[in-house]
Design a protein around this ligand. Structure first.
Ligand code: SF4
Ligand code: SF4
Length: 242
């Protein structure tokens, strides 16, 4: 939602924009194709139409068009693609000729501007930089934001195999690491898409409470399969290169 704080996770680079706390991943279908469809529809309806106050799209109309994971959790109708490959807020002044129209959302511009999700505190600066630099599209990037503990677990697995820490400031990016980070996060996304429960929580206590069975940092009967698949995939790639 916002772009302040030391390292911004909200809009850190072209192709890495985030709409997670705007409710994007409350859609029942959180496949890449499903969310691209949602964002493209919004972009077409809002960005290229005259905007005046509370307009064509609203939460109630979205509820008729889409199925949501948690029916009482707000899904903002005003997120879309602010660039061809970058999700973001279509009411933000930066993309709206300097005019801030975020008050037409349920949250309002103060909350939109001042909220920080759990990833801001659960990821240290190095991990934030790894997430920004080593994901290669907005979708895998957003999965890391939704579930920072799974992302940390994936990074640790890769680093164990590498035998050294990933240094995000290095001038060259290790392409094996890019492949593994993105492949692993896609597997997490596929896993989340098979469980019909909320996958994003606004506060850290809620995140820890409700993601216990899903986050890959600890084993559960639900996530055992995907944990093994990711471990095997990472090992296989390193075996191929050794
Ligand atoms: S979920 Fe976090 S990173 Fe994404 S827009 Fe909201 S505050 Fe920013
Ligand atoms: S108005 Fe607020 S909640 Fe809606 S898309 Fe913009 S930043 Fe997100």
């Amino acid at each position: 939602m916002n772009a302040s704080n030391k390292i911004s996770l909200c809009q850190p680079a072209q192709g890495k924009g985030c709409c997670v706390c705007c409710g994007l991943f409350n859609c029942a279908d959180i496949s890449l194709a499903g969310l691209e469809h949602f964002l493209s529809d919004a972009t077409a309806e809002i960005r290229y139409s005259p905007v005046a106050g509370n307009i064509v799209r609203n939460f109630e109309s979205l509820q008729k068009q889409y199925t949501f994971r948690e029916t009482t959790t707000y899904v903002c109708p005003y997120m879309g693609f602010i660039d061809s490959n970058t999700p973001g807020c279509l009411m933000h002044p930066v993309v709206n000729n300097g005019i801030d129209r975020r008050d037409c959302s349920l949250f309002g511009k103060e909350i939109c501007n001042d909220y920080f999700c759990p990833a801001y505190t659960l990821l240290d600066d190095r991990l934030k930089k790894i997430l920004i630099r080593y994901t290669d599209n907005w979708y895998t990037y957003s999965i890391g934001i939704i579930d920072p503990l799974s992302f940390i677990w994936i990074v640790q697995l890769i680093e164990d195999k590498l035998g050294e820490p990933i240094v995000p400031e290095k001038s060259t990016t290790n392409s094996i690491v890019v492949t593994l980070v993105n492949r692993s996060l896609m597997m997490v996304a596929d896993f989340f898409n098979t469980v019909p429960v909320p996958v994003f929580y606004y506060s850290e206590p809620e995140y820890h409470l409700h993601m216990r069975e899903l986050s890959l940092n600890q084993s559960s009967s639900l996530n055992e399969g995907v944990r093994d698949t990711i471990k095997n995939a990472i090992s296989a790639v390193f075996n191929d290169y050794s």
